[in-house]
Design a protein around this ligand. Structure first.
Ligand SMILES: Nc1ncnc2c1ncn2[C@@H]1O[C@H](COP(=O)(O)OP(=O)(O)O)[C@@H](O)[C@H]1O
Ligand SMILES: [Mg+2]
Length: 268
């Protein structure tokens, strides 16, 4: 067994509410993500998926537990070292979070410029590489408002990859996109995983999205992992699922595998 690329150990996160009450958004979560995985977190709205994902790069600091990425325990790092370690972890969001008043080029250059250490020419070379990766080199001088939703999300991916991270965190990356654009974006993510070897953790409430690209998934209920399992197992290797979502996902995955096999046959 190789060491996992990401290890979350007994992580918990409690929010204090305006009325003084407390809400346990993440409860004692332990999970491993291996290098090269496309790991899915699925659950209903409010289950705690986004909060859990934000623990992976310490956008949200757990009240208890440890987060280790690529051999560095983030929860034990100084602010300065954490800033460096975060360059190894890119993130994209449902609403893209682009700078509206900056061009596509400047959006992708932004993380490189704030980190410093690279001259304008180096930055330009890297931005061009990243935009080519998501097939948007021709849009370098456009502004976000001039792009479609799918294009905006691809700019966000280019920006997230600019510092050459080993991990890409995706929070509902396709939830603002139509079905066809979703398929294209998932193909881009799969390509980034396969060609660049970037490990992906993807949060979604959509079965079809996770069934399409994940090799492993965890079902999140009330801030805890209800079950975790591999997808695309050979027939007969699937243990019975514990949760309704797990059963639906496994069935969806089996059905799309069949459809895929059928398609391959009819194209042969
Ligand atoms: N900063 C916060 N303060 C208080 N409650 C929060 C905060 N962030 C999230 N929550 C609560 O934690 C729960 C889980 O939220 P979230 O992680 O966004 O769920 P999901 O992404 O699965 O929809 C929700 O009930 C939400 O209201
Ligand atoms: Mg969410």
């Amino acid at each position: 067994m190789t060491t996992p690329l990401i290890r979350i150990e007994h992580a918990s996160k409690t929010f204090t509410l305006p009325d003084g009450g407390r809400f346990d958004a993440v409860r004692d979560v332990t999970l491993d993500v291996r290098e090269g995985d496309i790991f899915g977190l699925i659950g209903k709205s409010g289950a705690g998926k986004s909060t859990l994902l934000r623990l992976f790069n310490l956008l949200e600091r757990p009240d208890a537990g440890a987060v280790t990425v690529a051999g560095r325990e983030l929860t034990a790092l100084s602010k300065h070292d954490l800033r460096g370690a975060r360059r190894n972890i890119g993130m994209i969001f449902q609403q893209f979070n682009l700078l509206q008043n900056a061009t596509v080029f400047d959006n992708v250059a932004f993380p490189l410029r704030i980190h410093g250490g690279q001259g304008a020419e180096q930055v330009a070379v890297r931005v061009k590489q990243c935009l080519e990766l998501v097939e948007l080199a021709a849009k370098a001088d456009s502004y976000p408002a001039q792009l479609s939703g799918g294009q905006k999300q691809r700019v966000a991916i280019a920006r997230a990859l600019a510092s050459g991270p080993a991990v890409l965190l995706c929070d509902e990356p396709t939830s603002a996109l139509d079905a066809e654009t979703t398929r294209a974006l998932l193909a881009t993510l799969r390509d980034i995983n396969r060609r660049l070897g970037v490990t992906i953790v993807i949060v979604s409430h959509e079965l079809s999205v996770l069934a399409e690209i994940c090799n492993r998934v965890a079902v999140i209920e009330d801030g805890a992992i209800a079950e975790e399992f591999a997808l695309n197992q050979p027939a007969g290797h699937n243990a019975p699922r514990k949760t309704a979502l797990g059963r639906e996902l496994a069935a969806f995955n089996a059905a799309s595998a069949l459809a895929g096999a059928h398609q391959e046959l009819s194209y042969a």
